[in-house]
Ligand binder design. Structure first.
Ligand code: PMV
Length: 370
């Protein structure tokens, strides 16, 4: 296939700070707002240091984001201090996660070894809503650290270098977070279609894509916001020694090829078939792993059925995707919004807990606030 018009970025992969002087004493404050994203080609299975077993494709959301503020100052003690608060409250479990993440990235931000950090974070979307909070929170944090590097060491002046490093660092926190640092569609993972794609960081696919795909909407149908999703660490581990692992990784590569063609050719039906195939394959992997998980609820299946019917019988341009939980992301082009709204209200909300959903759409990517 041809992807000549995609706006591709040059592959450079040295993420260490050049001219780093440990005598520098960074001090100041930065804030970033970074979105969550929804995967259409799913990342499920990793190896080495957070490297994907197959390439994935997602788009960044608009309304579902994390805002993170980092205050930094020279460490007062030998060991740097870290304080983390979420939604205004000290959050121990996430603080532990962030501490581990920061230790893992010392190599790329050596100044963090001598810097006290006070981090506060806030999400615009509810917990357990089927929206990946690790993608938005880890990408927001990675962007903050890249901004500190830019401010204090005059590196990362080039925008391409800046976002590539942010994606690389975000990936080390949560694989899917690597795809959140760009506007619109992003691809993470080496593949033969996109010459400068990489397993180390995601790249942006800004393009003159077909009309259907310029402003995609994502309506999240909350089938069950209480039920526990499988943690992604446990999920990726299920793919080790899975009987279908190799076939799944090949399928994802083929699906990426097909979906990029569908987007280029503005072919909604192919796009819908591939997107749904990916979601169901992800769940098929979970159902056939050891231990196995069935995360789809009876109401998830009812919604899937309704969406398939609406596409066939009412010619509505809708399709679904589902992450590692029971909630359904209804994907559709903006121009179908009015008709889809009626469809949601009349036929889908009855299957949602408290008849609720969350409306979102493709967004413009992260934004620096301070
Ligand atoms: O980034 P992680 O480790 O939370 O894994 C994300 C896995 C899925 O959300 C199920 C798929 C994806 O590609 O986002």
């Amino acid at each position: 296939m041809r992807i000549s018009y995609f706006n591709l970025i040059m592959d450079k992969s040295n993420f260490h700070i050049r001219n780093y002087e440990s005598s520098s004493k960074p001090q100041g404050e930065v804030s970033w707002r970074s979105p969550s994203n929804i995967a259409l080609i799913k990342y499920w299975g990793k190896h080495g240091n957070q490297l994907p077993c197959n390439p994935s494709l997602s788009f960044s959301l608009k309304n579902s984001y994390t805002e993170t503020n980092v205050r930094y100052a020279p460490a007062e003690e030998k060991k740097p201090a870290l304080q983390y608060s979420f939604e205004g409250k000290h959050e121990v479990s996430f603080e532990t996660k962030v501490k581990k993440f920061i230790k893992n990235i010392y190599e790329y931000f050596p100044f963090l070894k001598h810097t006290d950090l006070s981090i506060s974070s806030h999400n615009t979307f509810p917990h357990s809503s089927g929206i990946a909070s690790s993608a938005s929170s880890m990408s927001a944090l990675a962007l903050c650290f890249c901004s500190i590097e830019r401010q204090c060491f005059q590196s990362l002046q080039d925008e391409g270098d800046f976002y590539r490093k942010a994606s690389f660092i975000a990936r080390l926190g949560s694989g899917s977070a690597s795809r959140s640092v760009y506007e619109g569609f992003s691809v993470w993972g080496e593949n033969k279609l996109i010459s400068n794609s990489s397993d180390l960081f995601a790249i942006s696919l800004l393009s003159q894509r077909g009309d259907h795909f310029n402003k995609l909407k994502d309506y999240i149908l909350l089938v069950d916001s209480r039920s526990k999703e499988i943690s992604s660490t446990a999920g990726h581990a299920l793919m080790k020694n899975h009987s279908f692992a190799n076939a799944r990784f090949e399928q994802a590569k083929e699906n990426l090829d097909k979906i990029l063609t569908a987007i280029e050719q503005d072919n909604w039906n192919d796009f819908a078939d591939i997107t749904e195939n990916e979601a169901l394959s992800l769940h098929a992997m979970m159902m056939t792993s050891n231990p196995s998980y069935i995360l789809l609820k009876p109401n998830t299946l009812k919604i899937i059925d309704k969406i398939k019917q609406a596409r066939k019988q009412k010619a509505l341009s809708v399709c679904f995707t589902i992450d590692a939980g029971p909630n359904v992301h209804l994907i559709y082009p903006e121009r179908e919004s009015r008709k889809v709204r009626t469809f949601i209200e009349q036929e889908l909300l009855i299957y949602c807990s408290d008849e609720k959903g969350i409306e979102d759409q493709m967004g413009k990517g992260p934004q620096q606030i301070k």
